[in-house]
Ligand binder design. Structure first.
Ligand code: ADP
Ligand code: ASP
Ligand code: MG
Length: 408
């Protein structure tokens, strides 16, 4: 007997035909004694469509984060009900549970909730009755009893957290690609599929834009020691296993992947006096609003007047809130002003083997330079190098860097 958690993403359940096909596939793969928990996302573009509805009501829907969560969590509720009906109609007893009903407890941060606990009592009871349990991804309940959502792509995290709490024998993430590739296969034609990738490298790739897994889900997998199998909904082929260490010999690559992220915007606070406490004032105001800041550069503008510019990036979802916070702070600091640039993107290379290899940065910059791409900001971690570039050049930049590190 195995306890199995499988997650199906939005494109896998985009239509009622696809929902029926998913139910049939699950039943075909299921051994009679298996206990199966299915986590599903909202159908197709439902989450985006719900956000559009909110934007038709107000130009600033993210001011009302509790109501956004109330709205967005309905998407997953539609899929779980339909999938549970599909199973039952095929003769397999099944029950749908919302995130709160499945015991997924989150913190109080609406629209970016973090799972802090999972109490899977009800899930276990239903499994013991011989049912397949279909759980709504992307949602939890906070201490006030309100539904919270877990950030875009959050169903991945629901699945891995449930697998951890249930001590599942396997956790499979079914999606519209057949594994994790060396770059987004929709952007790089020659991207290579990996048989395995470590949690640390996958976490860095996800953090830097590889949307195939939500970063928090990879952290969760590492925390619980749950190997995660990323694979295709539409084929039986083996995909990519995310785990602590490599177990099979693959050709040694210093770089495991090239990622890109269009969901970034650059904010510059111009002409700030260069004195202690400036960075603290700006970034603590953003942190208080739970806004993540990524690349940060402080540049000396004029050594005589001792005036600096502070440049950093935020995600586009946070842009309008970040802009209004930074404008208020800039006024207090008597800065010259604030400028915003949305036509930017971040391209990155990721690989645990790059530590201590100084040639990697040079090779990446060389690839960008030979394709005429200007670098605006650079940031590094032990296992990645990222460059902020013009948004419209992202495709050629990713392809040029990929070709450099994974030549055909
Ligand atoms: P789901 O709806 O199943 O959660 P997502 O759209 O969130 O699917 O994630 C799958 C997508 O991730 C793929 O269609 C692919 O375009 C994208 N992606 C980005 N980077 C990578 C990568 N390195 N490997 C595989 N897929 C990637
Ligand atoms: N439906 C949510 C989203 O579109 C969660 C998910 O798909 O994982 O982001
Ligand atoms: Mg996803």
């Amino acid at each position: 007997m195995a306890l199995i958690v499988k997650k199906f993403g939005g494109s896998s359940v985009a239509t009622t035909e696809k929902i029926l096909a998913v139910a049939q596939r699950i039943l075909k793969d299921k051994q009679p004694e298996d206990k199966v928990v299915i986590v599903v996302s909202a159908m197709g573009d439902t989450t985006d469509d719900l956000i559009t509805l909110a934007k038709n009501i107000t130009s600033e829907p993210y001011v009302y984060t509790r109501e956004i969560d109330m709205l967005l969590s309905t998407g997953e509720q539609v899929s779980i009900a339909l999938l549970a009906m599909a199973f039952n109609s095929l003769g397999q007893p099944a029950i749908s549970l919302t995130g709160p009903q499945a015991g997924v407890v989150s913190n109080n941060v609406h629209t970016k909730g973090k799972i802090i606990d999972v109490n899977p009592k009800r899930v276990l009871e239903e499994l013991d009755k011989g049912k397949i349990v279909v759980v709504a991804g992307f949602q939890g309940i906070n201490r006030l009893g309100d539904v919270t959502t877990l950030g875009r792509g959050g169903s991945d995290t629901s699945a891995v957290a449930l697998a951890g709490a249930l001590k599942a024998d396997s956790c499979e993430i079914f999606t519209d690609v057949d594994g994790v590739y060396s770059a987004d296969p929709r952007v790089v034609k020659n991207a290579r599929k990996m048989r395995e990738i470590t949690y640390n490298e996958m976490l860095e790739m996800a953090r830097l834009g590889a949307v195939v897994m939500q970063p928090r889900s990879v952290e969760m997998g590492k925390h619980f020691g749950v190997p995660i199998h990323v694979r295709s909904t539409f084929t039986q082929q083996a995909g990519t296993i995310i785990r602590e260490e490599y177990t099979v010999e693959e050709k040694e690559f210093t770089i495991r992947g090239v990622t890109h992220d269009n969901d970034v915007a650059k904010i510059a606070v111009l002409g700030v006096p260069n004195r202690p406490g400036i960075a603290y004032t700006i970034f603590s105001a953003l942190a208080d609003a739970n806004i993540d800041v990524d690349m940060i550069v402080q540049s000396i503008r004029n050594s005589e007047t001792d005036i600096i510019d502070m440049v950093f990036t935020v995600s586009t979802t946070d842009l309008s809130q970040a802009k209004s916070i930074v404008e208020k702070t800039a006024q207090k600091l008597e800065a010259y002003g604030v400028s915003v640039d949305e036509d930017v993107a971040k391209v990155s290379v990721v690989g645990a083997g790059m530590f201590g290899s100084p040639g990697i940065a040079a090779a990446m910059f060389g690839a960008l330079s030979s394709s005429g791409v200007n670098i605006e900001v650079i940031s590094t971690s032990e296992i990645s190098i990222s460059c902020l570039i013009k948004g419209s050049q992202v495709k050629e930049a990713v392809n040029a860097i990929h070709e450099k590190f994974f030549p055909q």
